[in-house]
Design a protein around this ligand. Structure first.
Ligand SMILES: [Zn+2]
Length: 319
């Protein structure tokens, strides 16, 4: 009897040992697996490269689309500076680094703006197609062009009360014209009498303007003062060139209170100054105080607050 009890006790002890051993092995196994799994993560690899916790966080939240490039290259503090920029786009990381290396004196925010808008390339070298489905948000510049067949629908004649030329010479897309009339009325209440000098232009008309300048002044000069056909915003039907009755010449208008009023208020009606001062390196155009583009109230307001060009806005928010 006693022998039997002793045998049972020993057997029980053996089972307990086996169970404990199993538990220990399981714990070790799970731990090993977890470590193995952790070693596969981007976080682990980034830390191994020398990025600190904050930097790893920044990379994994804002630059996931560029993670392969970052993991395949050495630790680079420039990457962190770039990601911290407001208008950073992960898809452009390599281009920023490349361009920054070539333009070391340039401010980083300008590097970002130029790469985002293609302005790091020579004007007209990249030929991109304007997305006309974006309507009043479409981009036309020295890289994005409309084709020769594009003509906006629903053009309306601008009244001769606000425009020079003959009846039907100046046109805008209907909704942009409505917004323009609201803007005009408000300006008028403040004592400014705005006049449209140019607006919608067909591809052919732009071609005539450009070809004439190219013939008489050469390509380089022509490119400084006129857009190439397809690359003119006037073909969108969303643009007015304006002056004021009191200050009809562009030099006078630039110094006028009417222009100042537009700079402070046009956004409320959905219009933006398309080629502002100090932005030639992005837009490719010398300042044009007369050229106003309709983009809709929401975008115009955001651009007014952020003080960026439409090229920058488009690259970051719309493309
Ligand atoms: Zn213009």
């Amino acid at each position: 009897m006693q022998k039997k009890r002793l045998k049972l006790k020993k057997q029980a002890q053996r089972y307990i040992i086996i169970i404990i051993a199993l538990i220990i092995f399981t714990i070790i196994g799970v731990k090993c697996y977890k470590t193995y799994k952790y070693h596969q993560t981007n976080t682990y690899h980034l830390l191994q490269k020398g990025y600190n916790n904050d930097e790893v966080n920044l990379i994994t939240t804002k630059a996931n689309d560029a993670i392969d490039y970052i993991l395949n290259n050495e630790y680079n503090p420039k990457i962190i500076s770039i990601i911290n920029e407001k208008y950073f786009l992960a898809k452009n990381l390599e281009k920023y680094l490349d361009f920054w290396q070539k333009q070391e004196d340039e401010e980083l925010k300008d590097i970002i703006a130029m790469v985002n808008t293609h302005a790091n390339e020579k004007w007209y070298t990249e030929k991109l197609e304007t997305d006309i489905n974006k309507n009043e948000k479409m981009l036309v510049n020295k890289f994005y062009a409309l084709n020769e067949n594009y003509a906006p629908k629903n053009l309306k004649n601008i009244s001769l009360d606000y425009s020079y030329g003959t009846e039907g010479e100046n046109k805008l897309i209907d909704y942009a014209y409505d917004a323009f009339q609201d803007l005009w009325q408000s300006a008028n209440k403040e004592g400014y009498y705005l006049m449209v000098t140019s607006s919608y232009r067909t591809y052919e008309e732009q071609k005539e303007i450009y070809d004439y300048r190219k013939e008489t002044q050469g390509e380089r000069k022509a490119d400084e003062t006129a857009a190439r056909p397809g690359n003119s915003e006037h073909q969108t039907g969303l643009v007015v060139d304006m002056t004021s009755i009191k200050e009809p010449s562009s030099t006078e208008f630039k110094e006028s209170n009417a222009y100042k009023w537009l700079q402070e208020n046009a956004y409320k009606y959905g219009f933006i100054e398309r080629y502002p001062e100090n932005k030639t390196y992005i837009t490719g155009y010398e300042p044009e105080s007369w050229h106003w583009r309709y983009v809709g109230k929401e975008i115009a307001k955001a651009m007014h607050e952020e003080q960026i060009t439409f090229d920058e806005y488009y690259a970051f928010y719309l493309e």
